[in-house]
Design a protein around this ligand. Structure first.
Ligand SMILES: Nc1ncnc2c1ncn2[C@@H]1O[C@H](COP(=O)(O)OP(=O)(O)O)[C@@H](O)[C@H]1O
Ligand SMILES: [Mg+2]
Length: 401
């Protein structure tokens, strides 16, 4: 798939951007803080409806518009997929109270946020749709320096990796995930009420069934995803690592299942039910659900070593890259459309061998957007085949070298 046109209005430091994007490789060069990551963030927003780095969506709106009562930003794109052309449009806006102290200061005041809710309006081909309808319209895989955190950081980051992938290729995954989160919230509230003697234990059985039903589906879907990703990532990891190192993805579900691959929803549900039974008293004491996909863990094992714990930074980076390339390849095989690849300034921290490998691997995709501070990270042959752009303070121009 190809994003043929992108326009941004008051998005981050882009007051107004209108750009036609070519297929194949585009390189966006610019100094620090010019808007390179912001550009890729806008595209990630089209793919997932969320920003991976904004704490609040209001951050996405250009500061200079905060004085307006109707501060808003807009991201629009035209996308060509195998199935045809679509136009996408996201508008984010806030209604700043007139007595607000919230002016064009870049300091984002948490307090003011509560009084100025952000709305998000989405249109697909001009027709208003829900945020969930957007997901899967643009498939994108973003590479950034933060990918390394997925390997060694909090377990939530690894669940997020799985969820972003799952949601982009399967609407049912997103549906299950949203339902699970709602059920989990309700069930946790009930557990706290039981622990405060404001509700009785038998009220749990309804929520247990709901939790087990959706949770088992997610567990099986994740199990399947992990198996698929593992087989692709293993091959890529071998090529990327200097000693042909092995790679294994270990899915540690909090629902204790005997073996992987016994991916039957019913069997998982039985075990899930039993785990809930045995942890019920602990759950009531703690006032929270202790078993389920929200507690899943994924570990990366290379040559019998848990890379998240014992791996060097270099090893972690290699696993992270293998994982991302596997994600892109799997997305393509599942949807029949090549995802748009977004490489945000990742080349500078790679040695030349890995850099070459990445650039070679991504070259077969239909559209790859790469940001860099320095064109010297690329060999001249690669640059020759790329469209080159210059990013300066929220505007983008063609670069001639
Ligand atoms: N809501 C906003 N309004 C205006 N400028 C913003 C906003 N959010 C971030 N910026 C600015 O965007 C710049 C960072 O852009 P970024 O794309 O991360 O840079 P880089 O080119 O280094 O990747 C910073 O100068 C920051 O001040
Ligand atoms: Mg950046």
């Amino acid at each position: 798939m190809i994003i043929t046109h992108l326009s941004l209005t008051n998005f981050r430091n882009y007051v107004s951007l209108d750009i036609d994007l070519p297929p194949h490789i585009s390189i966006f060069q610019g100094d620090n803080a010019q808007g390179k990551s912001n550009l890729l963030e806008a595209i990630t927003l089209l793919a997932t409806s969320k920003s991976p780095r904004a704490k609040t969506e209001k951050e996405l709106i250009n500061w200079s518009t905060f004085d307006n009562e109707l501060a808003a930003c807009r991201i629009s794109a035209v996308v060509e997929r195998n199935s045809g052309k679509i136009s996408l449009d996201i508008a984010l806006g806030s209604r700043v109270p007139s007595n607000s102290t919230f002016h064009s200061s870049p300091q984002i005041n948490e307090d003011t946020h509560h009084h100025s809710p952000v709305y998000k309006r989405i249109k697909i081909n001009g027709i208003p749709r829900r945020a969930t309808d957007l997901i899967g319209q643009v498939n994108g895989v973003a590479f950034s320096v933060h990918d390394i955190d997925v390997i060694g950081g909090e377990p939530a980051l690894r669940r997020r990796y799985l969820d972003i992938l799952g949601c982009q290729i399967d609407p049912q995954y997103l549906h299950n995930l949203q339902r699970y989160q709602r059920v989990l919230w309700q069930r946790n509230r009930l557990l706290r009420q039981i622990s405060d003697k404001q509700a009785t234990e038998d009220e749990l059985s309804f929520w247990d069934n709901e939790l087990v039903y959706t949770g088992s589906h997610i567990t099986v879907q994740r199990d399947h995803l992990i198996n698929q990703i593992e087989s692709i990532a293993r091959r890529i990891h071998k090529e990327l690592s200097s000693a042909n190192d092995s790679l294994m993805l270990a899915y540690n579900s909090s629902i204790h299942r005997e073996a992987r691959g016994d991916a039957l929803v019913e069997a998982t549900a039985d075990i899930y039910h039993a785990s809930l039974q045995s942890s019920r008293q602990r759950e009531i004491v703690r006032g929270t659900t202790l078993v389920g996909p929200h507690r899943d863990e994924l570990r990366f094992i290379s040559e019998d070593v848990d890379i998240g714990i014992f791996g060097s930074r270099g090893q972690q980076r290699t696993v992270a890259l293998a994982l991302k390339l596997a994600e892109a390849s799997y997305m393509w095989s599942k949807t029949g459309d090549y995802p748009v690849l977004l490489l945000d300034d990742i080349l500078s921290e790679l040695d030349s061998r890995r850099r070459e490998h990445i650039l070679e691997s991504v070259a077969r995709y239909q559209q790859v957007l790469i940001t860099t501070t320095d064109l010297d990270h690329f060999n001249p042959g690669f640059v020759e085949h790329a469209a080159l752009y210059d990013v300066v303070a929220g505007s983008i121009g063609l670069l001639t070298v």
